[in-house]
Design a protein around this ligand. Structure first.
Ligand code: NAP
Length: 282
């Protein structure tokens, strides 16, 4: 599995990780098998959040999947904006650590911009780093205006990543957020790479291009999509697969190489769309 430096952390992290949103609705045993198969195949970036299943995903799925394998995992969780005061962030992190049955997170994110002062959240993140509870921190769903506010409070090197919505039919980050993060060495983690289950249909114009590129390589359209979404060195993707077969399909995308011409065809088939100040999120 190809690895890349994850923002200012200096850590090597696989380009493809594993999402866990809505896993509480899936077959638990199969979801745990899938996460473990992912670790076996090098998808060691595991993304979760206190929000997911109101803590159940951390507590009963991720903790079980990583049991005995904590050292292999780049474990990421997120604090809800409603908890992101100074004291609230510290307390939320403790709860996540307990649910995950670990004593440290590799990265801790603010899930989306909220109404509590960002200064408090950043101060709490730095306290958690100093106390050895988290190894790095970052944000999620931050547009350029919020990122500008953030770097008034902390050096860009302190911000490991911005986790944002990014799939073939939603490329808004490419207008401003992606270049802004790239210029400052902040990793961009694309979430919902399959559109949260709304993957382009094979009979749609874009879907037909995906199929054609996939056929030329003997791979699946989803593998082509994943490789397109990590085509730049700042990019990571975290598909969610609660079935082992899906997981294996996604993991195999890491070895696919698309030509410049194929990337250009995909670029044209899934146009960027107009710029908007509003960063789309799920
Ligand atoms: P996604 O990864 O775009 O799509 C997941 C769906 O695709 C699931 O239904 C999954 O099915 C299916 N799937 C996966 N691999 C497949 C394959 N090879 N063939 C066919 N179907 C396949 O959706 P997502 O969960 O929204 O996004 C991924 C992760 O990003 C989340 O789990 C979460 O960790 C993170 N996220 C973060 C935010 C944020 O605000 N920061 C928001 C949304 C998501 P099965 O599960 O049945 O295998």
């Amino acid at each position: 599995m190809e690895q890349r430096v994850f923002g200012g952390t200096g850590r090597q992290v696989p380009v493809l990780g594993q999402g866990t949103w809505q896993m509480e609705e899936d077959d638990r045993d199969e979801a745990i098998r899938s996460l473990r198969a992912g670790l076996d195949l090098g998808l060691t970036h595991v993304d979760t959040a206190e929000l997911y299943g109101h803590g159940r995903v951390e507590e009963s799925i991720v903790s079980e999947a990583i049991a005995g394998r904590r050292q292999e995992v780049f474990l990421v969780s997120k604090v809800m904006p409603s908890n992101a005061t100074y004291a609230g962030t510290l307390a939320a992190c403790e709860r996540s650590l307990k649910r995950l049955r670990t004593d440290v997170l590799d990265c801790y994110l603010l899930h989306w911009p909220g109404s509590h002062p960002l200064e408090e959240t950043v101060r709490a993140f730095e306290k958690l780093v100093a106390d050895g509870k988290i190894r790095s921190w970052g944000v999620s769903n931050f547009g350029v205006a919020e990122l500008e506010e953030l770097v008034e409070l902390a050096k860009p090197e302190r911000v490991a990543c911005n986790q944002v919505l990014y799939h073939l039919e939603e490329r808004a980050i490419e207008h401003a957020v992606l270049p802004w993060c790239e210029a400052r060495g902040i990793a961009v983690v694309g979430y919902s790479p399959f559109g949260n289950g709304r993957f382009p249909r094979p009979d749609s114009p874009g879907g037909r291009v995906l199929e054609a590129v996939a056929r030329a390589h003997g791979v699946t359209p989803r593998q082509v999509a994943l490789q397109f979404l990590v085509r730049r060195p700042s990019l990571f993707a975290i598909p969610k697969a609660s079935r082992v077969a899906h997981l294996r399909d996604n993991a195999a995308a890491a070895s696919l190489r698309l030509s410049r011409e194929e990337l250009a065809r995909l670029d044209a088939a899934f146009p960027l769309g107009a710029y908007s100040d509003e960063l789309p999120m799920l």
